[in-house]
Design a protein around this ligand. Structure first.
Ligand code: FES
Length: 317
């Protein structure tokens, strides 16, 4: 997969354990445009590839800004971004990808948990620029852990931003905030898995349709990829060949070994890069990318993490 070479132009400590990196194209090259909600893959100095949302305004061409939270249980990605990346370094990144776009709506409600604010800031700039009605609700553990607080307070849409700090006993009241479903309102949620689940459950109980609730996970919750890892078979529809996926191995690994170049990025069912079409059989969905509605159609499958409930899964390959 081709990458873009960028220089780290700025590195700012935005809050406790959160740094932002401003990336610019090397020499006179230009960066591809992006729309609010997009993310890039960043190839870190230790060889890991991680996804980070772009948090600047999409109209702000010529630079990409990302922010990285140092995760206490980091598998090496956030620690490398904090410790091994300095101003002036050259990094390889992917073009922006967008699995979290804005939908047409008369009102957009953006709900952020901690570092999940990043794509929502970009959305806030886009909605502000187009004069649309929106509000940004930003939940964080404390003021000192609230990245971009000053920037948001100084923004032209500051009156649309509400902060909730755990250590001050503020908590977001989803029921009061959203109430009955409104057909022209869309909700966007980003943050840690537990936060997203809490908001999703609350809006479901209020009767909001899946199609009006958009979310993006940063990492799969611990439980998502757990469960029995029973063997199954993949059938390649174009040739009829069958490949055995044994216990403890992913379908993506097996496909790769058999010569199929499967595009992979997060490898934990979060980013959607590896999505494949299912022609027959029932997937055992373990990803966080497809909506419940999409999962119930059983026509898509994430080979990096999902398995099969049927003995054979026929893939469009
Ligand atoms: Fe990200 Fe499979 S590689 S969902």
């Amino acid at each position: 997969m081709s990458t873009i070479e960028v220089r780290v132009e700025k590195r700012v400590v935005e809050a406790d354990d959160i740094v932002s990196l401003e990336l610019r194209a090397v020499s006179d090259a230009t960066l591809p445009p992006f729309l609010a909600g997009a993310h890039i893959d960043v190839h870190l100095p230790n060889g890991l590839v991680r996804q980070y949302s772009l948090c600047n305004a999409s109209a702000d061409s010529g630079r990409y800004v990302i922010a990285v939270l140092r995760e206490p249980n980091s598998r090496g990605g956030s620690a490398a971004a904090h410790e091994a990346v300095a101003v002036g370094d050259i990094l390889q990144i992917s073009s922006p990808k967008n699995h979290f776009p804005l939908s047409a709506a008369t009102r957009s409600v953006l709900i952020a948990g901690g570092i999940g604010v990043t794509p929502l800031i970009s959305m806030a700039w886009a909605l502000h620029a187009s004069g649309e009605d929106f509000e940004l609700h930003y939940c964080a553990r404390s003021k000192s852990r609230t990245a971009f607080r000053e920037q948001l307070l100084a923004s032209p849409f500051s009156r649309r931003v509400e902060f909730y700090f755990d250590d001050q006993g503020d908590s977001i009241r989803i029921n009061e905030l959203l109430g009955e479903p409104e057909p022209e309102t869309h909700i966007y949620v980003c943050g840690p898995a537990g936060f997203i689940e809490f908001v999703r459950r609350s809006v479901k109980q209020l009767g909001w349709a899946d199609s009006h609730v958009h979310f993006e996970f940063f990492a799969a919750p611990q439980c998502a990829m757990e469960g029995d890892s029973l063997p199954f078979e993949i059938e390649i529809v174009s040739t009829g060949a069958r490949l055995a996926v044994p216990e403890g191995r992913s379908a993506a690994d097996v496909l790769y070994e058999n010569g199929f170049e499967i595009p992979l990025s997060c490898e934990q069912g979060v980013c959607g890069t590896c999505v494949m079409r299912v022609m027959n059989g029932i997937p055992d969905h373990r990803d966080m990318f497809l909506s419940d509605e999409e999962k119930s159609r059983n026509d898509k499958f994430m080979p990096c993490c999902s398995r099969a409930l049927s003995r054979v899964l026929v893939l469009d390959l």
